[in-house]
Write a protein that binds this ligand. Structure first.
Ligand code: PGA
Length: 259
C-alpha cells in the first residue's frame, strides 16, 4: 500500500489564479512537515496547467502533485467544453477524479464513468474513482448501489492498470455544506469491507487487497484521524476543508499523526 493519500478537491474554487497560487503554496508548506502523506491538489481546470508548470516539477514538488476533477473518454474530437486525459497528462497532471457525485448528478452514468476511467488509465493518469450511496437504509439496500458501481466499472478495465486506481468512498449524504456531518468511522469501516469484498469478486483477492480506498464527505481535522485509525481507509478526499489553509494544515497534521 502507498503512503497515506490526501486528495484536495477544490471544486469550483477559488475565484482567481492568484488565490489558487496562494492556496497551493500554503498547502505545500502544510504538507512538508507531515510524514508519510502524499498530497494531490485538484484545482479548477483553468488554473491547472499554470499551477503544474510553476509548482509541479523539480525538487519543489516534494510530496505534492496535481490532479484534475474530470476528463473525457476520448483523446480528442468534437466535444465542446471537454478536456481529454491525454491533454491533462501532456500538461504534467498526474491524477484525475472520476465519478464524483456532483458529476453523476449532472447525468454521468456508470457506463460513461467506466469509459472515462479506461481512457484516463490508457493516457497514463492515476484515477480516483468515486462511489457511494445517496441514502443509507437499515436494510442494507444501499450496498446494492455500491455493488453496481464497482461491477459496472472495474471488471472491464485492463488488470495490469488496476494499480493506478484508488477508490474513494463518498456517501452523498455526508458531502457538502448541507450534510449533517461525516459518516462515522464504523460506518466507513463496514462499507470499505464491503467494497473490498466486491473488488475481490471481480478482480481476485490479490489485486483487491492492493487497491487503496479513501473516504470523502465532510472530512475535517477532528474526524480525519479517527477515520484513518478506525475506518479502514488509506486516505481522505477533502472538499471544503482544503480551501482554508489553517484548517487544511491541521487536517494534514492529524493525518500525519496516525501510524
Ligand atoms: P466536502 O466535499 O469535504 O466539502 O464534504 C467532499 C467531496 O465532495 O469530495
Amino acid at each position: 500500500m502507498p503512503k497515506k493519500l490526501v486528495i484536495a478537491n477544490w471544486k469550483m474554487n477559488p475565484e482567481t489564479l492568484a488565490d489558487a497560487r496562494a492556496l497551493v503554496l500554503a498547502s505545500r508548506a502544510a504538507a512538508k512537515g507531515v510524514k508519510a502523506v502524499s498530497l494531490v491538489v485538484c484545482p479548477p481546470l483553468l488554473y491547472l496547467a499554470d499551477l503544474v508548470k510553476e509548482f509541479g516539477k523539480g525538487p519543489k514538488a516534494s510530496r505534492m502533485v496535481f490532479g484534475a476533477q474530470n476528463s473525457h473518454s476520448e483523446k480528442s474530437g468534437a466535444y465542446t467544453g471537454e478536456v481529454s486525459p491525454t491533454m491533462l497528462r501532456t500538461a504534467g497532471v498526474e491524477y484525475v477524479i472520476l465519478g464524483h457525485s456532483e458529476r453523476r448528478a449532472q447525468g454521468e452514468t456508470d457506463l460513461a464513468i467506466q469509459k472515462k476511467v479506461a481512457a484516463a488509465l490508457k493516457a497514463g493518469l492515476s484515477v480516483v474513482l468515486c462511489m457511494g450511496e445517496s441514502r443509507r437504509d437499515d436494510q442494507g439496500e444501499y450496498l446494492h448501489v455500491i455493488e453496481g458501481q464497482v461491477k459496472d466499472t472495474i471488471p472491464q478495465l485492463p488488470r495490469k492498470q488496476l494499480d493506478k486506481i484508488t477508490i474513494a468512498y463518498e456517501p452523498l449524504w455526508a458531502i457538502g455544506a448541507n450534510a449533517p456531518g461525516a459518516a462515522t468511522p464504523e460506518e466507513v469501516f463496514g462499507t470499505t469491507i464491503f467494497i473490498r469484498k466486491m473488488l475481490t469478486e471481480v478482480v481476485g483477492k490479490d489485486l483487491a487487497m492492493k487497491m487503496p480506498i479513501l473516504y470523502g464527505g465532510s472530512v475535517d481535522a477532528e474526524n480525519a484521524g479517527p477515520m484513518l485509525a478506525k475506518g479502514g481507509v488509506h486516505g481522505l478526499l477533502v472538499g471544503r476543508q482544503s480551501l482554508n489553509p489553517k484548517d487544511f494544515a491541521n487536517l494534514l497534521s492529524a493525518v500525519g499523526a496516525i501510524k
